[in-house]
Design a protein around this ligand. Sequence first.
Ligand SMILES: *Cc1c(COP(=O)(O)O)cnc(C)c1O
Length: 388
Amino acid sequence: MSNLQTIDKQYVANTYARFPVEIASGKGSVLIDTDGKEYIDMGSGIAVTSFGQGDEVWLKAVTEQLGKVQHTSNLYYTEPCAKLAQLLCEKTGMKKVFFGNSGAEANECAIKVARKYAQDKKGAEYSTVITLENSFHGRTLTTLSATGQEHYHELFNPLTPGFVHTPANDFEALQELALKEKTAGIMMEIVQGEGGVIALDADFVKAVAAFCKKQDIVLVIDEVQTGNGRTGAMYAYMHYGIEPDVVTTAKGLGGGLPIGAALLGEKVENVLGFGDHGSTFGGNPVCCAGAVSIVERLNEDFLKQVKAKSEKIFTALQGASGVKSVSGLGLMIGIETEKSAKDVVAECMANGVLCLTAKTKVRLLPPLNIPEDKLDKAIEIIKTACAV
Ligand SMILES: *Cc1c(COP(=O)(O)O)cnc(C)c1O
């Protein structure tokens, strides 16, 4: 084992099963290890580096901001923060944005908003938040409680009360539960990412949205992974023509720097007042400047290219040897393989392609602007690794 791996194992908390790869640098959709071996990046640091490594537009935005002022706290106005909030609202029709540093933090804000809205409007007992089975909403104790997967819960009881889970795509069950509970909010991912890259049924999504409107329940769409162009739309909910009350996002928003955002719609835009919520690093000017440079480029033309690349992957892999099914939306793709996902990922890695897993599937989350030649090469290597 190398010196780096020895030191890491000794001193970094033991929470990640790392692959035996030491990344030294990267450019675009290519990562380079400490031996100089190149890998095509089909994971984007888990859907984070939307435009790859060292993207010039992003790098210029970030470094220019670094040269001006790197942090101010939220006691003062800074241009990147205001500009990013304006851009996000203009692109979504949402009204206000709260900035934090991660997906979990964005979801924490959404949960607070849902509870406060319901408390103001219906009474303090309206605090239940419904989420779906097999969902993933984060690792803080409250977002863990929201996460509908038992195995994340077991070690950390007692959890935050007020969360109940219901099966995805069963509207009747959700409706029954929501009417039985004193429901403040319903939170769901459009494509369950960590749960295995599974898109919800359009009919279910629309029915839940209509139900929330009718019952005045806060609808939160968790777009931490699906957001910012990943699925071929600015946000994945836009595929279904619904109007969420809160949209949370993070991962790809900053292009590689930590940022999270809760986008608040008209119904809830003024639920939080002075002092109700905060985050020291939230709205950091460097992170926001980088995010502006990402969000600005997510136009129709670019999203069309994301969809075309997605189709290329689906077409190449569907029906290929050793591939049982391909799921997902846009450049968020799950491959159910005959071999174990772990073996496929290891073989891809040996041949210079970095993929991820989600549950029992191989998961692909390439940079949104991955060049065609790199994508073609990665697809061939993945196909070969899946083949039986
Ligand atoms: C990754 C993820 C989160 C958690 O985001 P962090 O930035 O790790 O806190 C929440 N929800 C979804 C859907 C995610 O994919």
